[in-house]
Design a binder for this molecule. Structure first.
Ligand SMILES: *Cc1c(COP(=O)(O)O)cnc(C)c1O
Length: 350
């Protein structure tokens, strides 16, 4: 039923990708005069005079081990945002096709749609930010080329029900993208473990959250070798810099630090989640499987937001998002930052 080639835009199916100097000759030679690089060296303190590996083989080899997938099932992007944009461009004909989002959710799906002149279909999540049988039926009835499932969901923080995601994977005709930016904080197996079962599944993860490398800009997509092949075909040839590849390798070799960061953030999340409900201004703390908490405040979340800004504390005002009236999204910080936040909230509460 799922046919990737018929889902891919005809111009992309037919196009010939750019073949870089590093694609045509791989390996070390004594004299490298094929890419118009500067053989003498680099300005600045470090040498970056050579183009990076366009396929990031060293990073993918490490990631393949860590994630239990094959290297040819991995795409690396300049942030997940690049993968999001490329997935839209791969499947959606501008001015003609649509993609499907389930608000409230991550804003970049819609931005990528607008940028590419792709129509956005919406099915709002339930009041507790879940998929329902009605929503699943709506997804399965859609002609959209892509559906975005953010799990754990941003801004609500919760995992989406696995059985509902599975139903969508079985019945939806387009690509099903499960955005797992926050998976490292969630008590559930990654959907990467189900890739062999679902040729229409794409899983997004990132180095920006639990790895603590948002400034590096490195995102991952996991899918069938066929989908990954198409993403590689349309990506900018050198989309991941040499500096990023080297730094990612160093991070992947530093698993204990990753584990410690992850654990500390979970402890901080639980610390905040335990204390917030006692405040009279807190109406609801939504359950979180991520490194943030969505909190509904009364009587006036935006007044609270402004008060916090005045105290030099910046949180995310989500009051205008569908189903999020009265909510602020609080990222878990250092223990000291968490205490400052709680103190400021207590002061506002009076
Ligand atoms: C933070 C976040 C990302 C990460 O994007 P990067 O471009 O990799 O930094 C992706 N998806 C969601 C839902 C996020 O919240």
């Amino acid at each position: 039923m799922f046919n990737l080639d018929s889902l891919v835009r005809p111009n992309i199916r037919g196009m010939k990708p750019y073949s870089s100097a590093r694609d045509e000759f791989q390996g070390e030679a004594q004299v490298m005069l094929d890419a118009n690089e500067n053989s003498l060296g680099s300005a600045g303190p470090e040498r970056f005079n050579r183009y990076p590996d366009p396929q990031q083989r060293a990073v993918k080899a490490e990631l393949a081990q860590l994630k239990g997938v094959a290297a040819k099932q991995i795409f690396l992007g300049n942030g997940s945002d690049e993968a999001i944009d490329l997935l839209v461009r791969l499947t959606c004909v501008p001015g003609q096709d649509s993609l499907l989002i389930l608000p409230p959710t991550y804003g970049m799906y819609e931005v990528a749609a607008n940028l590419n002149d792709v129509r956005v279909e919406r099915l709002q999540l339930t009041p507790d930010f879940q998929l329902s049988p009605e929503i699943v039926a709506g997804v399965l009835a859609s002609e959209a080329k892509l559906v975005w499932l953010c799990s754990p969901n941003n801004p609500s923080g919760n995992l989406l029900h696995a059985e509902a995601i599975e139903e969508i994977l079985r019945g939806f005709r387009g690509l099903v993208v499960v955005d797992e930016a926050y998976a490292d904080f969630a008590p559930a197996a990654s959907w990467t473990t189900r890739l062999a079962e679902f040729p229409n599944l794409v899983v997004l993860q990132t180095f920006s959250k639990a790895w603590g490398l948002a400034g590096l800009r490195l995102g991952m997509a996991f899918a069938s070798p066929e989908v990954i092949g198409y993403l590689n075909k349309i990506k900018p040839p050198y989309n991941i810099s040499e500096a990023t590849q080297q730094h990612a390798l160093a991070a992947l070799h530093d698993a204990p630090r990753f584990e410690e960061l992850r654990r500390q953030l979970l402890t901080g999340r639980d610390w905040l989640a335990e204390r917030l409900p006692a405040l009279p201004i807190v109406a609801e703390v939504f359950p979180s499987d991520a490194n943030f908490l969505l909190v509904r405040f009364k009587p006036d979340a935006t007044a609270l937001y402004d008060f916090l800004v005045g105290r030099g504390i910046i949180v995310r005002n989500r009051t205008t998002q569908p189903g999020c009236a009265g909510t602020l999204r609080l990222t878990v910080g250092t223990p000291q930052e968490n205490e400052l936040l709680l103190e400021a909230l207590r002061e506002f509460a009076g």
